[in-house]
Write a protein that binds this ligand. Structure first.
Ligand SMILES: Cc1cc2nc3c(=O)[nH]c(=O)nc-3n(C[C@H](O)[C@H](O)[C@H](O)COP(=O)(O)OP(=O)(O)OC[C@H]3O[C@@H](n4cnc5c(N)ncnc54)[C@H](O)[C@@H]3O)c2cc1C
Length: 222
């Protein structure tokens, strides 16, 4: 069922990532990790449907999405950059493969952090953060979404990997089997994986080399 709602607010959380708050429509249900198909009410763009993950929780009195924009490319996310409060958006189907199964390591690339924002928010609200860890891969420090929040929430269990620059205190390069292994303590952990397809392929190969069983990998490509 489609729901057309008004934009409540739009703000930048990094130089190219927007956090958009929307009115919460009646009857919309979702769980942390799920996404929704969206279109904007703007001439010529109504039929352009794109998928974005909820970074709000079901009980919040608003709906929130966190969106990486591609300003150099005339796509939907570029149009979102000129969105303002009062504009309208339509929400369609809710779906998604990522949901929380138990403690483990969240591995995100760029905007692939969004399902984990929702899952960790939910765990925080239930006081169940436990020993969950987050390995977050980005090109540069300025690209890290919600860095302060994750640092506060996870402390030493928040590991940043930067591929495009060397910064003291941050891992440099790509996510390797060695890095994942150094964060794995104990058997039976889950590995949650979300990011652009090339990053996902690379990390899946690293997980396979560590002998991680397929049924312990929870993933979605963006
Ligand atoms: C289940 C799911 C959940 C998702 N959740 C989120 C989310 O929460 N937040 C988020 O930011 N994204 C999310 N995505 C990804 C998001 O849907 C896409 O990034 C979005 O559709 C891009 O829309 P667009 O119209 O701007 O680009 P499109 O026109 O759809 O282009 C797609 C891709 O083209 C690439 N591109 C960039 N520049 C150019 C260019 N000059 N020419 C051609 N191609 C170019 C970009 O990498 C972009 O990803 C999700 C995807 C899936 C499948």
């Amino acid at each position: 069922m489609a729901h057309t709602v008004k934009v409540k607010s739009v703000r930048h959380v990094t130089h190219n990532v927007l956090r958009i708050m929307l009115e919460k429509p009646e009857g919309l249900t979702y769980i942390p990790g799920q996404a929704v198909d969206i279109s904007i009410h703007k001439e010529g763009w109504e039929k352009e449907i794109r998928t974005f993950t909820f970074t709000s929780l079901q009980d919040d009195d608003y709906v929130e999405v966190t969106i990486k924009t591609y300003p150099s490319h005339n796509g939907v996310t570029n149009q979102l950059l000129s969105l303002k409060s009062g504009d309208q958006i339509t929400l369609y189907d809710v779906y998604g493969d990522i949901h929380y199964k138990g403690e483990g390591i969240f591995i995100a690339g760029g905007a692939g952090i969004t399902p984990f924002i929702a899952i960790l928010k939910k765990l925080e609200s239930e006081n169940k953060i436990g020993n969950n860890k987050l390995i977050f891969a980005n090109r540069a420090k300025e690209d890290i979404i919600d860095e302060e929040k994750f640092r506060h929430l996870l402390g030493k269990n928040f590991i940043n990997v930067l591929s495009g620059e060397k910064v003291a205190g941050y891992e440099h390069g790509f996510i390797t089997a060695e890095l994942i292994k150094s964060q794995t303590d104990g058997e039976g952990k889950y590995y949650y994986l979300c990011g652009p397809p090339p990053m996902m392929d690379a990390v899946e190969k690293e997980l396979a080399s560590l002998g991680v069983a397929e049924d312990h990998i929870v993933k979605e490509g963006f």
